[in-house]
Design a protein around this ligand. Structure first.
Ligand code: AMP
Length: 195
């Protein structure tokens, strides 16, 4: 299955992507993790992305799309993948659609994690303390949330139009949310997209 995970920062999609990847035996591909590794290793990509990430803004579509194009072409992603944190703009959504079409493939579903803003702010304060992620600090987090509403939220309509959107209530234990992901996927999977 080829699945994208949508949802605001702190909605738990990273945790759920890793768990679903284990269940489906496909890789969970997180653009945020790839970028953080590049920053840590001081690669050219990392040097370009670092300041943008620290401000809570989005790295350019061209850069991210080329990164994803290379990653989904790797052998471990042939049988499917879960994309966590990509696409984040309509431009990225269209680019993904095109690159999959070129390969004769399509998405199976777009899972959207729904979590109220008050819960997100609490979760992020906790993660900022536990993991020390600079972009989880309250000021930067608020900016990430603003960027999410402006740039990423329109992807919900984009995938709803294609019959691929599956909403999941993201409030609850990790296990409860994982069970809802399975139910949502069973409901949205279209026979022609099964892989
Ligand atoms: P994440 O771990 O998914 O919250 O990503 C952390 C940061 O990496 C984001 O705030 C952006 O600066 C950058 N980033 C991750 N994925 C993308 C993407 N698909 N497009 C643009 N920027 C991204």
């Amino acid at each position: 299955m080829r699945i994208v995970f949508l949802g605001p920062p702190g909605s738990g999609k990273g945790t759920q992507a890793k768990l679903l990847a284990e269940r489906l035996k496909v890789p969970a591909i997180s653009t945020g993790d790839i970028l953080r590794a590049a920053v840590k290793d001081r690669t050219p990509l990392g040097l370009q992305a670092q300041a943008i990430m620290e401000k809570g803004e989005l790295v350019s579509d061209a850069l991210i799309v080329s990164l994803i194009r290379d990653r989904v072409a790797q052998t471990d992603a042939r049988g499917g993948f879960i994309l966590d944190g990509f696409p984040r703009t309509l431009e990225q959504g269209r680019a993904l659609e095109t690159l999959l079409l070129e390969a004769g493939e399509g998405l199976s579903a777009a899972v959207n994690f729904e979590v109220p803003e008050s819960a997100l702010v609490d979760r992020m304060a906790g993660r900022a303390r536990a993991e020390g992620r600079a972009d989880d600090r309250p000021e930067t987090f608020r900016e990430r949330l603003r960027v999410y509403r402006e740039k990423t939220e329109p992807l919900q309509a984009f995938y709803a139009e294609r019959g691929l959107l599956a909403g999941v209530d993201g409030v609850g234990t990790v296990e409860a949310v994982a069970a809802r992901v399975d139910e949502a996927l069973a409901a949205v999977r279209r026979p022609e997209n099964r892989a």
